[in-house]
Design a protein around this ligand. Structure first.
Ligand code: MG
Length: 160
């Protein structure tokens, strides 16, 4: 049985993952409107992935006898200046999510819940990949300097 404190922390993280999913969905809409089909496609997949994280956390929580809750999701920002600004935001947001996951591990540790710590290591490792992927796309975008190279990256990201 999972403790009440951890159940609350898991539900907060579920809310955060759903908020992230909405943020990336809003970014996908922005990119689509700007004509960046590949960037938009990548971002839609990113949005789906965040929702899957929420479902995975909820699944574990329920397996441990907890109750998963979908809370009200705050409105997400919209209206970025360009593709570089969008991916800078993605990178910064992933760094923020990494901190949230670390904090969740700390709660599991304080509750002396070894199984939950073990479950969460997967999320900790995944955040390393999320940060790395976002940063590498951002750096490629920066190298384009607003030029035609962006069309190449747009084509590459369409393959995701
Ligand atoms: Mg996530």
């Amino acid at each position: 049985m999972i403790t009440e404190k951890l159940e609350k922390a898991f539900n907060d993280q579920i809310t955060a993952e759903l908020w992230s999913s909405n943020l990336y969905l809003q970014m996908a809409f922005y990119l689509q409107k700007e004509g960046w089909d590949g960037f938009a496609h990548w971002m839609l997949k990113q949005s789906d992935e965040e929702k899957e994280h929420a479902v995975e956390l909820a699944g574990y929580l329920m397996k441990r006898g907890g109750t998963a809750k979908v809370s009200m999701i705050d409105v997400v920002p919209d209206g970025w200046g360009n593709v570089e600004e969008v991916f800078k935001h993605v990178y910064e947001h992933e760094c923020h999510v990494s901190r949230l996951i670390n904090d969740l591990v700390d709660v599991a540790s304080a509750e002396k819940d070894k199984a939950t710590q073990d479950f969460l290591w997967g999320f900790v490792r995944e955040q390393v990949e999320e940060e790395d992927t976002a940063l590498s796309i951002l750096e490629k975008i920066r190298k384009c300097n607003g030029g035609a190279g962006l069309f190449y990256i747009d084509g590459e990201l369409a393959k995701r």
